[in-house]
Design a protein around this ligand. Structure first.
Ligand SMILES: [Zn+2]
Length: 346
């Protein structure tokens, strides 16, 4: 993780690809992983509602809401939102603190497993909780949450200042990392050397591309906000490599997996992109929970929240746990089932 990202907390990044259907030589036949540069929801006119804000905060200041924050399409992180004088501040269970949230709305309620899960949109992400408490009041009053404008609202280009050469070097660096080696052992290593997304892909907003005809993978670190997005993009694009080589196997694994519920999440209504996101989520989950001292119960609970946002993650986690890379993973005895083994052998 780079310093700025660690400091900013959870941050980060938009995940969105654009599907390229062009079949011409040298053009992406897979898809690109791209940043979502969606409309800002920040409404400065709400600053006039200061009186209401004060009223709401007087009631709920200091209240803590526990849940999971998924910023810019990345996997959810457990933590607490606290209502402060400046707005809602998220602190992850690992102690990372976000900037105060400036916007909040209730997206939908998901009755997963017979319990309502509340999905709030909050700045550039979603926050999921089954005990929303004061957040419902805050939403109801449509208040201006933060006295300070968000400073990393979404275009997020912390690495961009380093220039194109640094972008290529960043791509090559992650390509040489132990993390990349882990991914290669799962999905294979592209034949071509890892490169940067070309001007056409960049103008389409892509942060990554996998070109199946050339077995080549490119990233655009220059437009990413940090390492979390870079790692996600690499896993996502290598997921496309796996799709291109194991269509039947993935189809067997994917049986019964419902679509993504959130229309704003990348991969909604698009199975290949949904699968690539689930692959990246599964890899992230396995890396996150690989430490021996992590309590299996909390790891399994965390997986439920990945699954809620990107269905199919659990199935892929079970599959990946059977690979040699994860033979010593603490969750392997609990999650590798005979049903998945059977699907793999088909
Ligand atoms: Zn993609």
């Amino acid at each position: 993780m780079s310093g700025p990202i660690r400091a900013a907390g959870l941050i980060v990044l938009g995940a969105a690809c654009a599907v390229a259907t062009a079949a011409g030589q040298g053009r992406p036949t897979g898809t690109g992983y791209a940043v979502a540069r969606g409309p800002r929801t920040l409404d400065t006119s709400r600053s006039a509602a200061t009186g209401t804000v004060a009223g709401v905060y007087a009631l709920s200041r200091g209240a803590v809401v526990r849940g999971y924050l998924s910023s810019w399409g990345l996997p959810p992180v457990a933590g607490d939102f606290t209502v402060t004088d400046n707005g809602l501040v998220f602190r992850s269970s690992k102690g990372r603190v976000s900037a105060p949230a400036a916007t909040l709305s209730l997206a939908y309620i998901d009755p997963e497993n017979g319990r309502p899960h509340y999905l709030f949109r909050i700045d550039s992400g979603v926050f999921e909780t089954d005990a929303p408490g004061p957040l419902l009041d805050v939403v109801r009053h449509q208040v201006w949450l933060s006295s300070s404008r968000p400073t990393s609202g979404g275009t997020g280009r912390l690495l961009e200042a380093n220039g194109p050469a640094a972008s290529l070097e960043s791509a090559r660096e992650i390509g040489r990392s132990a993390y990349a080696d882990s991914l290669y052992s799962l999905f294979g290593r592209p034949r071509a050397r890892l490169g940067v997304v070309g001007s056409r892909g960049r103008s389409a907003g892509r942060l990554g591309e996998y070109i199946a005809s050339r077995d080549s993978l490119a990233l655009d670190p220059g437009h990413m906000t940090g390492e979390a997005q870079l790692r996600h993009a690499l896993a996502h694009e290598l997921g496309h490599r796996w799709q291109a080589r194991a269509r039947a196997q993935l189809a067997a694994l994917w049986t019964g997996v419902p679509g993504i519920r959130d229309p704003k999440r990348y991969g909604y209504g698009d199975r290949p992109e949904h699968q690539a996101e689930a692959i990246a989520f599964a890899v992230n989950f396995l890396q996150t929970t690989a430490e021996e001292d992590a309590a299996p119960e909390s790891s399994l609970a965390l997986l439920d929240h990945y699954e809620l946002l990107v269905p199919g993650t659990r199935t892929l986690v079970r599959y990946l746990l059977l690979q040699p890379l994860y033979r010593r993973h603490p969750l392997r005895p609990m999650l590798s089932t005979s049903r998945v083994r059977y699907a793999l052998e088909k």
